[in-house]
Design a protein around this ligand. Sequence first.
Ligand SMILES: [Zn+2]
Length: 482
Amino acid sequence: MQKQFEKKELKKKSDNLSDWYTDVILKAQLADYAPIKGCMVIRPYGFALWEGIQHYMDPLIKAHKVENAYFPLFIPEKFLNLEKEHVEGFAPHMAVVTFAGGEELKERLVVRPTSETIMYEMYKRWTQSYRDLPIRINQWNNIVRWEKRTYLFLRTSEFLWQEGHCAHNTHKESVSEVRWALDMYKETYQNLLALYGVAGVKSESEKFAGAKKTYTFEMLMPDGKALQGCTSHDLGQNFAKAFHWTVQDEKGQPLYPWQNSWGFSTRSIGGLIMAHGDDQGLIMPPNIAPIQVILIPIPGSSPKTIKYAIAQREALKKIGIRVKCDDKDGESAGFKFNKWEVRGVPIRLEIGDKEAEEGIVTAVARDTMQKKKVSIDEISGMLETIQQNLLETHKKFTLDHTHTVESYDHFKKIMAGERGFISAFWCEDASCETKIKAETKASNRCLPLDLPAGRQVPKEEKGTCVHCGKPATHRWLFAQAY
Ligand SMILES: [Zn+2]
């Protein structure tokens, strides 16, 4: 069992990102392959990351007056069939229950691929008047979208997420909430997961099935491919109309409620792993790290030193630091160092007789691997520095690999080489977008929305489409996507 932590066995990130990614997830015990095709088991260390995300995000959702609830896992297929685009989008990935309780079911039940339809059917029953709106509900649950190949955290048939679903009397209120969700996700990525990215709006062909508009947060991974971090959708009145859901407005006239939905999944953990780790293993941003400090008494230390180490652990606990002391017998110091490096613990504290005598600790920061003697009071500051450094490093990487491109030759050259984000004028014609993807593998990620406060639409510019040369008004972001 011990062998799996030996550093020499971990595949190198610098050799092959994809091989390293799977290897580090298995060796750090974040997750494992399930004995069901397309599925994974999230192990305790990996699940602690999801709990950390819930712990951070749930209060933000509640502060926005969105309440948590739970809806069934099974959705009558006829509900999904009500919204044509919606069912077309999800059909290829649907798992359907046709047999249960020892007999053929009269009604086919879809294992939820998303909950719009089952939730709106209930919203319709619960509301009569405009006074019953807004209705704001979130659920933390699991989702099934059938996949033939498993890519741990990034592509699995079942995954965990939160899905928020709100309905309003006006489009304006609904859209403002969609943008709020996008900002909340961005904040979570930056502050908690130390991941930089670009918030934007999806093109018509890349938007959610059944939505009027889809907003996204796109991040660049070390191999120059983009990861869609989350989405929030302005559903307009599409679903309300499909479900014949109306409430009476102020004048007693029927009003179709304006809806939105927004989701953030365990896929985010895939981005976290991929972006921050190195050849030695994971690097956990301190704010999300299940263990922020690992304290290792050097084997063979005196009982007095062990006592000192325990006192340091208690002092750290007292100031709210998530700390663990690894005093397991039968493992060398080097073995323990490797074990916790693979798991990406932000700070390692080494305590031997010398440290105990001097009343200090030897600290090693996981991101820089720099070693220094410090007092226990300095640990909080070190954690903050690591958090900031990781975000800054990812931001710099993203900006360094964002290319402003004027010609299609240049576009193709970048995609054939180091890849990255490509900012280019596009005519907004879907056929052009399809051709670009077929020829370069780069799909349209979004129209970036990093705008001054209050502005909803990016300013128009004068340009020509990078592919067909027709007039274009905005630079869109392209990249090969996960
Ligand atoms: Zn074009």
